[in-house]
Structure formats: C-alpha cells, structure tokens
Design a protein around this ligand. Structure first.
Ligand code: GDP
Length: 197
C-alpha cells in the first residue's frame, strides 16, 4: 500500500465521541516511550503526524487519523506511565476497554513492544487482556536498530515463549525500526489485506 495522504481528524475522550465507524480502523498502543509516534510517522511517511513526545504519557485521548481517505489509524494513549494517579489510571483503563470492546470497525490492534527489553509483565498482561476480550492483535517489536540482531531475536523469542504459557496460537509479529524504516512495507501490506477482506 502506498500512503498518498494522511491527516489528523480528532482526539476523543471516549469511544462514543469518536468518528462514525464507517471505515476500517487500526489502532496502535504500547508502553509510554515505546516508539509509537515514531512508528506511526514512519508508516505514514510523515515527520510530524503523531508527535514524538518528550514527556511520555502526556497524550490521554483517542487520536484519529485518516489515511488515503480509506481507513482510520488510531493512536491510543500509552500504558505503564509511572507518574499518573490511581484515578487517572482507572480513567485510562475504562476509556481503552470501552474503545477496544465497542469499536465495531476496529480490524486490528498493533501492540508495540520495545525490543531492547526482556518480556515486561505489563505488556504480557495487556496482550492477555486482549485475548480475553477476543480482540485481534499483532505484535510490533520496535527500535530494533538499538540492539544487536541476536539480542533482539532473543527478546522476541522470550516474549513469545512467555505467551505460550497461556496462548495456544501465537499472534503474528513484526520487527521495526523507525530510524531504518524497517517493517513499514510488511505492516502496510497486512493492513491492506485486512481492508480488502
Ligand atoms: P512514544 O512515546 O511511544 O510515542 O515514543 P516516541 O516515538 O516519542 O519515541 C520515544 C523515543 O525513542 C524518542 O526519543 C525516539 O526518537 C526514539 N525512537 C523511537 N523509535 C525508534 C527507533 O526505531 N530507533 C531508535 N534508535 N530510536 C527510536
């Protein structure tokens, strides 16, 4: 898929305020600072579509972008940001759960995992939760240029192995680097395939 145009539509505080669900939709989520904005910018070929934020966890809204007038890309607020209050965390959880479970045009969630780390509990908890809710998702291991390939491979294998404890079938995964533009074509091909089905 070639991205001809991509632009910001709206930021919504809850799923009932999001645009009419009349186009296929793909959401991106992960821990704060995982490289989500950089990945979205890389996919869309734009420098500043999603802001690469210097203060992690700042964005707390459901951010819609329209791509090729054909599908919605959704930038969801990151999880695992230590400096938020209990009540803010609860608000985030409710907003994300409502969005993920009620958004009828949502075709796939891309869960971003930082490839520099061994499996993190918070990421495993999140994917297990998606499983319970039966939401389709794909793993995206980000920042692959930051470690030697062998280390990245080891971290990916460890994550998939940890998932094997609860999952019979493992989800598809991609390895990406926003710096090196790695993974872009594969992710866009998956999106294209899901739109066409
Ligand atoms: P977000 O908070 O998840 O949106 O993360 P950002 O996209 O703002 O990225 C967080 C930091 O990691 C920034 O300093 C980025 O420049 C850096 N970063 C993101 N992706 C990559 C990548 O693929 N390679 C490298 N080397 N750095 C990255």
């Amino acid at each position: 898929m070639k991205i001809k145009d991509a632009s910001y539509v709206i930021s919504s505080p809850s799923v009932d305020k999001t645009p009419k669900p009349d186009k296929p939709e793909f959401a991106f989520i992960g821990r704060s600072n995982v490289g989500k904005s950089s990945l979205i910018n890389m996919l869309c070929g734009r420098e500043n579509l999603a802001k690469t934020s210097s203060s992690p966890g700042k964005t707390k809204l459901i951010n819609h972008f329209i791509v090729n007038s054909e599908w919605y890309l959704v930038d969801l607020p990151g999880y695992g940001y230590a400096k938020i209050s209990q009540s803010e965390r609860k608000k985030w959880e409710k907003m994300i759960e409502d969005y993920l479970r009620k958004r009828e045009n949502l075709l796939n969630v891309f869960v971003l995992i930082d490839s520099r780390h061994l499996p993190q509990k918070i990421d495993l908890q999140f994917v297990n939760q998606l499983g319970e809710w039966q939401i389709p998702f794909t793993l995206v291991f980000t920042k692959s240029d930051k470690e030697k390939p062998g280390v990245v491979d080891r971290h990916i294998k460890a994550f998939l192995n940890a998932m094997r404890e609860t999952w019979q079938f493992l989800p598809q995964h991609f390895v990406t680097s926003a710096t090196k533009k790695q993974g872009k074509d594969d992710i866009l091909a998956l999106i294209q395939g899901l739109i066409k089905n």
